[in-house]
Design a protein around this ligand. Sequence first.
Ligand SMILES: [Zn+2]
Length: 207
Amino acid sequence: MDQETFDNVQRIRSNVRRYPDGWREAHPLTGLMYCADCGAKMYVHRVNNGKRVPQYTCSAYSKIPVGTLCPTQHRINADVVMELIKELLKAIAEYSQLNREEFIETVRKAQTSQQSSEITRLKSRLSEAQKRVQDLEKLLCRIYEDNILGKLPDERYAVLDGQYSKEQKELSAEIAEMEAELSGYEEEKQWLKKQNFKNTAEDAYTG
Ligand SMILES: [Zn+2]
C-alpha cells in the first residue's frame, strides 16, 4: 500500500463512527456498509443469542418502533462479509490487470461524475450564499437609515445590526471556502486535461 492509498484509507476511516468491539477485533466496514433495503448504515454487533459472533445489522431496523424503517435486521456474519469483499477485490484486481485501459477509464468516469455532482452542489450553494450576502448588505443599510430617521430604536438597531453582521461574516467565510474548493476542482481538471494530452501525444509518438 503506497502512502497515498494509506492516507486515503485513513481519511475515509476517520469519518466512520466506531463502536469498539469488546474483543478488540477489527471490523473495518462498520458504518461503511449500507443496507440494500433502506440505505441505512450497518454496524457490527458482537453477540447473537449469547454467542460471540460479530454480525453486521441494519441500524434502521432497531429504531423505535422496531421494524418500521426497515423490515428486517439483515444479519450477516462479519467474516462472511470479509470473505465476499476479499473475492470482490480479487476480481477487481484481476480485471484491472486484464483490462487495464478499461479499468482506468471506469474509475476515471466514476470519479468525474462524483466530482461534477459535488461541483454542481457547491455552485448552487455558492450563488445562494452570494445572494444572501447582498441582501444582508441592503438590510444593513436599511436599518442604519431607519435608525437615523428615528424609525428604528437604538436598542433594536443594535440587535439587528449584530445579527446581520454576524451572518454576513459567516457567509463570507463560507463563500471563500467554497470558492477555494471550486478552483481546486478546476485546477485538477486542467491538470488532467494536460496529462491526457501528454499521454495521447506520447502514444502517438511511441505507437
Ligand atoms: Zn435496512
